[in-house]
Design a protein around this ligand. Structure first.
Ligand SMILES: CC(C)(COP(=O)(O)OP(=O)(O)OC[C@H]1O[C@@H](n2cnc3c(N)ncnc32)[C@H](O)[C@@H]1OP(=O)(O)O)[C@@H](O)C(=O)NCCC(=O)NCCS
Length: 189
């Protein structure tokens, strides 16, 4: 059980629960076919986004395994929404979680995704007491591979054509990080 105190704060960003007002800025990056190519959903309309903001993306506390907390990533100072991140609580027994993330391309190339995912790792390990956090990435998604490798995740598997995804076979990379490994990183963002 965890009810985090929001916002989560990093050097340049705030992570906080999403709300109705986020629908418009989210449309900019969730209606872009290239930007959603490797995420589980397709191109979203403003109605799709509003519906998800009321349901799948509304949770802000962890009460049981299976819960997912999706947080808006806001630039400090400007208050602009630059993307969103999600922490899935996959298993209580194994103390396992998984991260997901997406940025507005207008804010890419500044290290914001890396910084926001670092805050999610702090939340998962220090807050929720997870033992292991994973990321699953299509190997063609080199920008996403860059995020987890900068953070020090270990590439643990390359599963050739393991996923039938959006009409084609995808080769998936599986990355993992242990709590002790994250705690030992002196240069964590
Ligand atoms: C995946 C995604 C979030 C990565 O975005 P990104 O901008 O490359 O990642 P970051 O915000 O961490 O920025 C890293 C880049 O900024 C640069 N950078 C600049 N300042 C930096 C800083 N202070 N700290 C770290 N990196 C910095 C890095 O060098 C890197 O650039 P490079 O790739 O040219 O080396 C983005 O491509 C995206 O939203 N894709 C669509 C959704 C998606 O596929 N999500 C993942 C599904 S698995």
């Amino acid at each position: 059980m965890l009810s985090p105190e929001y916002p989560l704060r990093t050097a340049r960003l705030l992570l906080r629960p999403l709300g109705d007002a986020d629908a418009e800025p989210m449309l900019a990056y969730k209606s872009d076919a290239e930007n959603v190519r490797f995420v589980p959903y397709g191109v979203l309309s403003i109605e799709d986004i509003r519906e998800r903001l009321r349901t799948t993306w509304a949770g802000s506390v962890f009460t049981a395994e299976g819960d997912a907390v999706c947080l808006g990533v806001e630039e400090q100072g400007t208050g602009r929404l630059v993307g969103d991140v999600v922490l899935f609580w996959r298993s209580e027994r194994d103390r396992a979680g998984e991260v997901g993330y997406i940025l507005d391309p207008a804010f890419a190339g500044r290290g914001y995704a890396t910084e926001a995912v670092a805050a999610l790792l702090d939340l998962g390990f220090d807050g929720l007491g997870l033992h292991r956090i994973t990321a699953r990435i299509d190997e063609r998604n080199t920008a996403s591979v860059g995020v987890v490798e900068r953070l020090g995740f270990r590439r643990e598997a390359r599963l050739v054509e393991s996923s039938w995804f959006k009409g084609e076979w995808a080769t998936m990379l599986e990355y993992g990080m242990l709590a002790a490994e994250w705690a030992a990183r002196a240069d964590r963002p």
